[in-house]
Write a protein that binds this ligand. Structure first.
Ligand SMILES: [Zn+2]
Length: 123
């Protein structure tokens, strides 16, 4: 008898709880009422954890065009002379003493005449 009562109460309780949860969470109560009838109070749990329906973001092509990913800095556009780091082979400035990629010290390049301005040496 108790089992029969439970079998009758289960879908009714499911509909009631699920519709209440769905209404409190701006979900569609009709859909969730059916689920509550099928799954009982378990559907109320599903309704409680299901994400709220999000309104579609307004399509604004102008603002979308403004949000443009900035291109990564291109070493080729920087006209300062660079040399590959002897430790990690990343391009670093010729005048650099410490590699900005690996952090190790770089001895100045020996055979680059452009690195050292001529005419400043005292005889
Ligand atoms: Zn390096």
């Amino acid at each position: 008898m108790d089992l029969l009562a439970l079998a009758l109460l289960w879908p009714l309780l499911g509909i009631l709880l699920t519709v209440l949860v769905a209404l409190s969470r701006d979900l569609r109560p009709g859909l969730w009422g059916v689920l509550g009838f099928l799954f009982g109070p378990l559907a109320a749990l599903f309704a409680a954890v299901s994400p709220r329906p999000q309104p579609a973001p307004p399509a604004d092509p102008e603002s979308a065009a403004e949000i443009e990913p900035a291109p990564p800095p291109d070493p080729a556009q920087d006209d300062r002379p660079r040399t590959p780091c002897p430790h990690c082979a990343e391009l670093v400035l010729i005048d650099a003493r410490v590699c900005r990629f690996c952090g190790r010290e770089i001895s100045p390049a020996p055979d680059t005449g452009a690195a050292e301005p001529a005419g400043d040496e005292t005889p």
